[in-house]
Design a protein around this ligand. Structure first.
Ligand SMILES: Nc1nc2c(ncn2[C@@H]2O[C@H](COP(=O)(O)OP(=O)(O)OP(=O)(O)O)[C@@H](O)[C@H]2O)c(=O)[nH]1
Ligand SMILES: [Mg+2]
Length: 459
């Protein structure tokens, strides 16, 4: 076996915390740790034990910190290499000094993602699992955590591998049919086999893509734009839903100048709430930029909460917004119910079809529960169930899957046109290759480096 150098990094977030972890991995991990550790001789302790002692600077003998040290011997560690985790005090100084002394005694500072890269290169996890590690670190909601966990355990890889196996079987069958022709219609047989498998694999890929779309919503949060004229109560809604006084609320029109984002969990539905600048005609430069931004946020939203002020008659901008959002997933709030009504359902009739209107008052906090129930019902009814979220695809996966589909489409087209089998086999094999890139079964070095460098340090 080749010798690997030993890498080290701080694996926990830097900042005030009770405990911080410095992680080491490589052939000399245990030896280096024992050089700077005063306590039991780490070279002799059992694997998977945690040992109390002190980190010292061997040069001066000075004690740096009181620690607990875990020893994980190869191959039963994350990287499959000898690994050591030093649990020190979490203050920035303490943990950095522990890292420094480890580096001074033979370890090299790890690159971002290098621990996971080693886990991958040593065959402990595949690429989509490695990416799931990254998602897990970045997960913002419980649902996203579940989905990343699923993927880490290999849900996507298992599916992709079984599809590739199916394709390989077909390619083998085609070879056999061509080499040992029992029938006269060899070509036809082969075409049929390729066609059937292509149809099936394509269906399965489309299913993965479909499920993953919901996965994305749960990973990143449902993009929810709060829009409306100035002063209708948009920022007040953000504050009610988050339970924080996050956005500034005043009775001055145009208070919110730029978009404000907050993640909230509404009855299990993760929302990325975006409070926008009130939309109106304006010549004021800063506000105009804000308004343009609002329109963009509105266009890209998965869900639009359009707020109208029922204490004022319907205005041109309201009508414009009702029109602009009519094909979007939208909830309309009639706010300021505590005031004298000026806006009736009849006024709205021409612009809405059986839309969900909810009467609210941000001031009296009424109608918020109805809104929350409405959001829950939309995202948990019908298709989207949290249990469905098995796959989390990043752009790389999605692109590869789409490319695989288009190669399969070529196969389907060519089989219909009865083109020569070897030509069709090429497209078929390309699809097989593309799928392999998802799990890393066929992947180039450069891609690997790029991928793992997106990780945080210590992972
Ligand atoms: N009476 C009453 N006042 C409300 C209600 N909701 C909000 N307001 C008041 O309306 C004013 C504007 O509220 P904001 O939440 O800042 O409105 P906005 O839509 O964010 O306004 P811009 O940021 O200017 O676009 C504030 O004085 C709020 O206290 C409500 O339901 N009833
Ligand atoms: Mg506002």
């Amino acid at each position: 076996m080749y010798k690997t150098d030993t890498i080290a990094a701080i694996a926990t977030a830097l900042g005030e915390s009770a405990i911080g972890i410095v992680r080491l991995s490589g052939d000399e991990a245990i030896e280096i740790a024992s050089k700077v550790f005063k306590g039991k001789n780490l070279n002799n302790v059992d694997s998977h034990t945690i040992n109390y002692g002190h980190i010292i600077d061997p040069e001066t003998g000075k004690v740096i910190d009181e620690v607990m040290v875990s020893v994980l011997k190869a191959p039963r560690s994350y990287t499959t290499e000898d690994s050591v985790e030093i649990n020190s005090h979490g203050g920035i100084m303490a943990i950095q000094r522990v890292l420094e002394v480890v580096l001074a005694n033979g370890a090299r500072l790890a690159e971002p993602g290098e621990f996971s890269k080693r886990a991958f290169l040593n065959g402990r996890i595949d690429l989509s699992q490695a990416e799931a590690v990254m998602d897990l670190i970045q997960a913002k909601t419980d649902k996203a955590m579940d989905a990343s966990m699923n993927q880490l355990q290999g849900s996507l890889s298992t599916k992709i591998r079984s599809l590739r196996q199916e394709m390989l079987d077909t390619l083998a069958q085609v070879e056999v049919t061509i080499d040992y022709p029992e029938y006269d219609d060899v070509e036809e047989m082969s075409l049929k086999q390729l066609n059937e498998t292509a149809v099936h694999v394509k269906e399965q890929i489309q299913k993965i893509l479909h499920q993953a779309q919901h996965g994305r919503l749960f990973r990143d949060g449902i993009n929810t734009a709060i829009i409306g004229r100035p002063n209708v109560g948009k920022s007040s809604l953000l504050n009610r839903l988050t339970g924080l006084e996050k956005a500034i609320v005043t009775d001055i029109e145009g208070t919110t100048r730029d978009t404000i984002e907050e993640y909230v969990n509404v009855r299990g539905v993760p929302l990325r709430l975006i409070d926008t600048a009130g939309i109106r005609q304006t010549d004021e430069v800063v506000e105009r930029i804000g308004v343009e931004r609002s329109r963009k946020v509105m266009e890209e939203a998965d869900l639009v909460i359009l707020i109208l002020n029922q204490a004022q008659a319907l205005q041109e901008v309201d009508i414009e917004l009702l029109e602009l959002t009519k094909d979007q997933n939208r909830i309309i709030l009639l706010n300021k119910q505590d005031l004298e009504p000026q806006l009736t359902h009849a006024d709205l009739e021409p612009y809405i079809q059986d839309a969900d209107l909810i009467a609210t008052s941000m001031l009296e906090e009424s109608g918020i529960a109805e809104l929350e129930a409405q959001i829950e019902q939309r995202f948990f009814s019908g298709e989207i169930k949290s249990g469905d979220v098995n796959y989390l695809l990043n752009t790389r996966h999605t692109q590869l899957l789409r490319q695989a589909i288009s190669s399969l489409d070529e196969v389907l087209e060519s089989t219909e046109m009865m083109l020569p089998v070897d030509l069709i086999q090429m497209d078929f094999t390309r699809a097989w290759d593309l799928l392999g890139e998802i799990t890393g079964d066929s992947v180039q070095d450069e891609l690997l480096n790029k991928l793992f460098s997106q990780f945080c340090l210590g992972k």
